[in-house]
Each structure stands twice: as C-alpha cells, then as structure tokens.
Write a protein that binds this ligand. Sequence first.
Ligand code: FES
Length: 107
Amino acid sequence: MPKIIFVDADGTRHEVDAKSGISIMENAIANNIDGIEAECGGSCMCATCHCFIEEEFSAGIPEIASDEDEMLGFAAEDRRPGSRLSCQVTMTDEMDGIVVNLPAEQN
Ligand code: FES
C-alpha cells in the first residue's frame, strides 16, 4: 500500500496509507486531513483542494490539464511550482512516499 505524506503549512507531517486508483484529494478526505476541503467533490470547479507537490515527485505524475490550470488561478493561496489540484492527481503505487504540502488556507 503506497504512502502519502501530507505536510501542514506549519510543518506537521501526516503519513497515511493511501489507496491507488483514487485521487490524492480522496485519500486526504478518507484520512481526515485538514487543509483539503474539496467543496466541489472533485469536479475541478472549486480549487479548495489546492496542494503543492514536492518537486522530486512531479516527474512521476500526469501534467496539468487546461481546466486544472485555469482553476488554479482561483486558489486562495498563490500558485507556485508544484501547485496542483489534488482531485486531479490519481494516486498510483509508483507514487509511494509522495510529499504533499498543504496551503495555510483554502478559502
Ligand atoms: S475538489 Fe474542487 S477542484 Fe478539486
């Protein structure tokens, strides 16, 4: 079972057993991770699942699609390298150990 390490804005780390085949957002919700709100339920329409994926893991995940790219412009915290909408990134076994930083705010 792959792991995801969610890191709060204050540096607190939460290592969770993740399920492959569902999104990082769904894994966060399933593990009660604060900092991922996902108001639209994963439809790429709210940007409250914004996260920052550590650069060393970015090569192993799919590129940003145009709708995600556009919606990232509406995120509460400024976009920066590694910004993704976690509902648009499907977890795989190969992503084991991925570090997902969370913004201080989502609204
Ligand atoms: S859950 Fe709404 S954009 Fe990801």
